[in-house]
Structures are given as C-alpha cells and as structure tokens.
Design a protein around this ligand. Structure first.
Ligand code: ITT
Length: 202
C-alpha cells in the first residue's frame, strides 16, 4: 500500500500545483478536504517558514500521518514586502483573488517600471506523528504589471510578470510556471527529503 502524504491546505488550486509538482513520488496525496474535522490552523507566525511549520505540525498531530505544510505569498518591494504572509487575505478575510489583485493594483498605481519589483516566496514544512522534520524555502522574482493578463494559475498570477518572458504566470501556464516557480523550488528540496523518508519508513 502506498504511504499517505497529507497536504495541510484548503486551497484547491495550490493543492493541484503541489500534486503536479510531486508527480512520480510514491505517495497517496490527500488534503484537508479528506479531513473535514481537522483542527483549525492558527497562522500567527511571523514568517512563511513559521506558518508552514504550524500547518504541518497541527495536522500531523491530528492525523498521525506524514504531513506537508505550505505557506506562500507575494512580497512587493515598493510596499515594504507586503502583502507577504497576508497575501491570501490582503483585501480582507474571505475576499477573492480578484479583490486582492485590485487592491494591489490600486496601491501600486504611483509606481512605474523597476519600482514594481516583487517576489513570490514558498515555504514547505514536513512533519510526521512524531514531530517536526524539516522546512524548505523557494523564491521567484518578477514584477507587477498594470493589467490582468492570462487565464492560468491562481492568486496574483495574472499580474505577476516574469522578466525573461515579459509575460505573466497566468499567460505562461503550468509548463513554464512549474519549471521556475517559488513552489517548484521549495518542493524540489522537499522531494529529496520525501524520498529519504520513504526509504527509511517503507
Ligand atoms: P492554505 O492556508 O489553506 O494553504 P491559503 O490560500 O490561505 O490556503 P496561504 O496562507 O499560503 O494559503 O496564502 C497563499 C496566497 O499567496 C494565495 O492565496 C495567493 O494569494 C498567493 N500565492 C501564493 N502562491 C501563489 C502562486 O503560485 N500564484 C499566485 N498567487 C500565489
């Protein structure tokens, strides 16, 4: 039987990306959708890494299974790193990606060109029933466009432009995003730890 890896997320689009990026590993990947009574995760860390560890620990303590916590977000230079760890609730609790993106565009309206530099950050933590194992981070830089472009991805992807392509992640789609994204970079490191874990815990 394949070992289970619980991804401690409620974000279906993030989960799809994680599943695609962990393809080929011999895990049955589940998520919080499979654990509707799991405890609420208190995301009160001050960094992406702290929040990723909180997600992994809270859920692994409940499921007693190997768990992956992922915390990610967009950091915009001109906004002093905002929205950062508050990326999913930038426009307020329960607001949509569209509302978050509109708020970002409004706040960046005085800024031009290189002043619109930004980076995505992704932290991935692993924990099992016995406790915390490891945490990894990946980053990806770009800048914020003036208009929504493209239909792939989620979150801030329609505004996040990759300089090398002069296109947004939402235009480039998964074939490019999954080769250079913050999530790809963090999961590439986590993949090694997962392979080792499988070897030691068959
Ligand atoms: P979980 O906590 O349940 O995993 P969440 O969406 O609240 O779901 P985060 O707290 O990690 O997750 O916030 C991530 C937000 O950062 C996400 O909702 C987007 O707004 C933004 N974000 C992160 N990665 C992104 C990506 O690859 N493309 C676009 N936006 C991204």
């Amino acid at each position: 039987m394949r070992k289970e890896l619980v991804v401690a997320t409620k974000n279906a689009k993030k989960l799809t990306e994680i599943r695609q990026l962990l393809k080929g590993l011999n895990f049955k990947i589940t998520s919080l959708a499979d654990y509707p009574d799991a405890p609420r995760i208190i995301e009160n860390g001050e960094t992406f890494k702290e929040n990723a560890v909180k997600k992994a620990l809270t859920i692994s303590r409940y499921t007693h299974k190997l768990t992956l916590g992922e915390d990610s977000g967009l950091c915009v230079d001109a906004l002093g790193g905002k929205p950062g760890i508050y990326s999913s609730r930038f426009a307020g609790k329960h607001k949509s990606d569209l509302q978050n993106n509109r708020k970002l565009l409004a706040m960046l309206s005085p800024f031009k060109g290189l002043q619109r530099k930004a980076g995505y950050v992704c932290a991935v933590a692993l924990a099992d029933g016995k406790g915390f194992l490891k945490v990894f981070e990946g980053r990806c830089s770009g800048y914020i466009g003036h208009k929504f472009k493209g239909r792939y991805g989620f979150g801030y992807d329609p505004l996040f432009i990759i300089p090398r392509y002069q296109k947004t992640f939402a235009q480039l789609g998964p074939s490019v995003k999954h080769r250079i994204s913050h999530r790809f970079r963090a999961l590439k490191k986590a993949r090694h730890a997962l392979v080792t874990y499988l070897r030691k815990n068959p």
